[in-house]
Ligand binder design. Structure first.
Ligand code: CMC
Length: 446
């Protein structure tokens, strides 16, 4: 018997099975041989929300949730945040290594020269209502882009794929900024290819009458760090959506529209927006204890706290807290910071949070910095989506090149009715208690 196996005894039949263990994992399909009879489908695992299932092998991002470690391609996140740029990190995520000087030049040139969007895409964006949420505009526009680039369907042509990668990373800041300006009724500011990736984004967001917008270097650097911190986070909800949609061989624009939709949710990338709304609702430091009491009573969650993987301080939150001071020196301090610090202090001392290992996550402080930089609250999820684009694309490429991957198609445990005789309208019981019956009744009353 090999050492790298486990032996399972099926108490239903008394039979024993030797199952290989690789990388601390057993293959779920290896359980299928465990049957009670020849026509039995075989044993499956039940794992809603993927609590204990690895959906892929990956070499991109490493997280040790207990120790609070995050690494991209083996580089610790704090080193990248301190020394690198977002575009370099995007290259690293996609290519596995930091770029050499010529590689970085080439990469930067290609990203910079795909920043413009087709004028008709502008018209698509014009069609949104004046108060459309920018994240709704962002993800819809990504879907619309797929119709402008039908070549993107050639996902196994590596040159073609590379072109879509340039396009997507280059165009997301443009779409994001146009969504913002649509909301405030200001004419769109076109990309300035003389600026850095982050500087150009600030230009497209905030340029008014100046001939050339000059980004504040401290804010440009802070945005760069925030982009690095948000670039990838292994198999989170939106990345899983990207891989899952992409597994149907869907083009990357459509796949990314789906990933962005997943990110929009308040439990994921929408949490930074909810944190700001929560801090505003609390209003002042003296109201923090009463708010925490309501969280503990289960009325609502403390937004920006807790994480499926981190059971320690989120390393990204620690770095964001550090750069907040630099930003506030330029923008002035946001009083919400003191409120957030007090909320964190009380929560971290409270048994409810200690017992459940609930610590501040990346979204707890990012919103306060974004607000100080004059980004409106509803832009926060969009600010998350811009840098996550490189992570989504890196994970998508890895999925396409992984021989183990096929179309994502989970199994289910079916607990519903089986093979029944169809009932005509006359035959159906007068009082149908099912939800579908209730719906039909309501419709007929309207
Ligand atoms: N406030 C209060 N209680 C919480 C919170 C919270 N923020 N998060 C988890 N809990 C409690 C939860 O009620 C449960 O308690 P009990 O065992 O008594 O039922 C326990 O902690 C475990 O929670 P869970 O829901 O099983 O944990 P999960 O891994 O399924 O959820 C999470 C992870 C991030 C969705 C959750 O912590 C949460 O809703 N946090 C608030 C939203 C948020 O900040 N999201 C951003 C996540 S980081 C960035 C990103 O992914 O985009």
């Amino acid at each position: 018997m090999s050492a790298n196996t486990i032996t399972i005894t099926d108490n239903r039949t008394g039979k024993q099975y030797e199952i290989p263990v690789e990388n601390g994992t057993i293959k779920a399909v290896d359980l299928r041989q465990i049957k009670t009879a020849a026509d039995d489908f075989g044993l499956m695992t039940y794992d809603p929300a993927f609590m204990n299932t690895a959906s892929c092998k990956s070499r991109i991002t490493f997280i040790d949730g207990d120790k609070g470690i995050l690494e991209y391609r083996g580089y610790p996140i704090d080193q990248l945040a301190e020394k690198s740029t977002y575009l370099e990190v995007a290259y690293l995520l996609l290519n596995g290594e930091l770029p050499t000087e010529p590689q970085l030049k080439d990469w930067t040139w290609n990203i910079t020269h795909h920043t413009f969007i087709n004028e008709n895409i502008k018209k698509v964006m014009d069609g949104f209502h004046y108060n459309a949420h920018p994240m709704g505009m962002f993800l819809s526009t990504l879907g619309a882009l797929s119709t402008f680039y039908p070549d993107a369907k050639q996902i196994f042509d590596t040159d073609c794929r590379q072109k879509q990668i340039y396009r997507l990373i280059a165009k997301v800041p443009t779409i994001a900024a146009f969504a913002f300006r649509h909301g405030i009724g200001m004419q769109y500011a076109y990309p300035d290819n003389g600026l850095s990736y982050e500087g150009n984004f600030l230009n497209m967001m905030f340029k008014t009458t100046e001939l050339q917008y000059q980004p504040n270097p401290v804010l440009e650097r802070a945005l760069n760090v925030l982009f690095i911190l948000h670039a990838d986070h292994e198999q989170n909800c939106s990345t899983n959506a990207m891989r899952s949609i992409g597994s149907a061989q869907t083009d990357p624009f459509s796949s990314m529209a789906g990933a962005a939709a997943a990110l929009y949710g308040p439990l994921h990338g929408g949490a930074n927006e909810m944190v700001l709304r929560m801090l505003k609702e609390i209003g002042s430091i003296d109201k923090v204890p009463a708010y925490i009491k309501r969280v503990k009573a289960g009325e609502f969650r403390l937004m920006g706290f807790g994480h499926r993987v981190y059971k320690n301080y989120d390393p990204r939150a620690r770095i964001i807290k550090q750069i907040a001071d630099e930003v506030f020196e330029v923008t002035g301090k946001d009083p919400l910071l003191d409120l957030a610090l007090e909320l964190e202090r009380i929560a971290l001392e409270d048994e409810y949070f200690v017992k459940r290992k609930l610590y501040p996550n990346v979204d707890f402080y990012s919103g306060i910095i974004y607000r100080a930089m004059r980004f409106p609250v509803d832009m926060f999820p969009v600010l998350f989506a811009i840098p996550r684009t490189s992570g989504w694309l890196a994970q998508w490429v890895e999925m396409l090149e992984d021989a183990d991957q096929k179309i994502a198609r989970p199994r289910q445990i079916y607990l519903g009715q089986r093979t029944r005789e169809y009932l005509t309208l006359d035959e159906r019981p007068a009082e149908n208690k099912s939800a579908a019956g209730a719906w039909t009744f309501t419709q007929s009353q309207e």
